[in-house]
Design a binder for this molecule. Structure first.
Ligand SMILES: *Cc1c(COP(=O)(O)O)cnc(C)c1O
Length: 429
């Protein structure tokens, strides 16, 4: 494939935008090569600036669960835009989306809309701190909760006491309040709660991890985590920015059968427009301003265009919940097809999958946490990514990202993807 125009556009972008992109993973640093500039998209396909058609397995990193330019969403946005784009005053559609989201998700009474998943997680932590009167939080290595300071933390030398910043600009003062545990390792959490008794406000987790590739929590881990939090008076925050309205109407809470104390959303809830949200039971949400003392605000929060896209999207999912089943079937079909091809060619891999999230890790060890996910062979991954791209298949440009299937993908698209893999698999050695 030719990427002449994309290359030229990237050159120009780099002169005016740091690294040429507005979010780092788009720059292809993990896989090398030139990022592809998109011209338009429809259904399961991206059309780039060089006229190539790509089968899309990312769908804008998750939001477009029904495919690109989905008509009911697009029409809702167009109609809304004609009536004004922002007021900074309450509108009825905010309540409509709130009511619908609360009806779909278990265990939440109220929801507050923000503009991104980052904002949602950042605000959820503030709310948890305000509610419990405690400062520290526990996060898991390899889980991503957006780019706010408290989450850009890696294991420090004294990991049991506190973490250390993993980006310049994050202060040591902030880092000391974020403790790091290992995914699927309840003992690592217990060690932290024991060493920091009565100091921990919340544990935040991706209930199904998607940011170190797809990783599924063991039943005993996630149940044990819930029990531990209840015993210790710690709020359990499920970051469902990725899983919410993707794994099912009720997201990971429903799939895992676990009630979280605070749930965060993003991606699907905005139908492709910038929306994030956090939600909880009445007693917790009552701490939020203006009802309570915990401050949180946003000029464009609950923006009518964003709300109309979210409302159209959630209405479709609520009325056609069979979509989740259809997506899971397509994902299973693709995963089985990929497994068959990789087995045939003797490529070593791990397939992790749940619902419409999946990832292929090029390692012979089960991938259950951050440590095991980084053991994947990144040279294989680069060849895999670029090989598939040359055959018109757009996979996540990093080994640490999950695929997000969308329901516009047809079985012909899946077959074409599996066939492409069969052609390139001999290079994965
Ligand atoms: C994408 C993501 C975020 C951050 O959302 P943004 O909208 O990019 O700020 C947070 N948590 C999880 C689990 C995510 O996948």
């Amino acid at each position: 494939m030719i990427y002449k125009r994309s290359s030229a556009l990237f050159e120009e972008a780099q002169q005016f935008i740091p690294g040429g992109v507005n979010s780092p993973v788009r720059a292809f640093k993990a896989v090398g090569g030139t990022p592809i500039f998109v011209k338009e998209a429809k259904g399961a396909y991206l059309y780039d600036e060089d006229g190539n058609r790509l089968i899309d397995y990312i769908a804008s990193w998750g939001p477009l669960i029904l495919g690109h330019a989905y008509e009911p969403v697009i029409n809702a946005v167009i109609e809304k835009a004609k009536k004004g784009t922002s007021f900074g005053m309450p509108t009825e559609i905010e309540t409509q989306l709130a009511k619908l989201a609360v009806s779909m998700v278990p265990n939440i009474d109220k929801i507050r809309f923000v503009n991104s998943g980052t904002e949602a997680c950042m605000s959820a932590v503030r709310l948890a701190r305000g509610y419990t009167g405690k400062d520290k939080i526990i996060k898991f290595a390899g889980c991503y909760h957006g780019h706010s300071d408290s989450f850009l933390i890696q294991a420090g030398s004294g990991a049991v006491t506190f973490g250390s910043p993993n980006s310049p600009g994050v202060t040591q003062g902030t880092a000391k309040d974020t403790l790091l545990a290992e995914y699927n390792d309840l003992e690592s959490v217990k060690a932290l709660t024991t060493a920091n008794k009565e100091e921990i406000a919340a544990v935040i987790i991706e209930p199904i991890a998607g940011n170190m590739g797809c990783i599924i929590p063991s039943d005993s881990f996630i149940k044990g985590l819930r029990e531990l939090c209840t015993q210790e008076g710690i709020l359990l925050i499920f970051d469902e920015v990725m899983t919410g309205f993707r794994l099912g109407k009720g997201g990971a809470q429903e799939v895992l059968g676990i009630d979280a104390d605070i749930v965060t959303f993003g991606k699907v809830i905005g139908g492709g427009l910038p929306v994030g949200a956090f939600a909880a039971r009445n007693e917790i949400m009552a701490y939020l301003a203006p009802e309570g003392p915990v401050y949180q605000a946003g000029t464009l929060s609950g923006n009518p265009l964003a709300m109309s896209a979210g409302l159209a999207m959630l209405t479709e999912l609520n009325e056609h919940p069979e979509v989740f089943e259809s997506l899971a079937k397509k994902t299973e079909y693709l995963a089985k097809g990929i497994e068959k091809v990789l087995d045939k060619h003797g490529v070593v891999y791990q397939m992790n999958r749940l619902g419409s999230m999946m990832s292929v890790h090029f390692t012979d060890e089960p991938v259950v946490d951050f440590k095991s996910s980084v053991k994947g062979n990144n040279d294989f991954f680069k060849k895999y990514f670029h090989g598939m791209l040359n055959h018109g298949v757009y996979l996540p440009p990093s080994a640490f990202e999950s695929y997000f299937l969308n329901d516009a993908l047809s079985y012909e698209d899946l077959d074409a993807t599996i066939l492409a893999l069969d052609k390139i698999a001999p290079t994965l050695k």
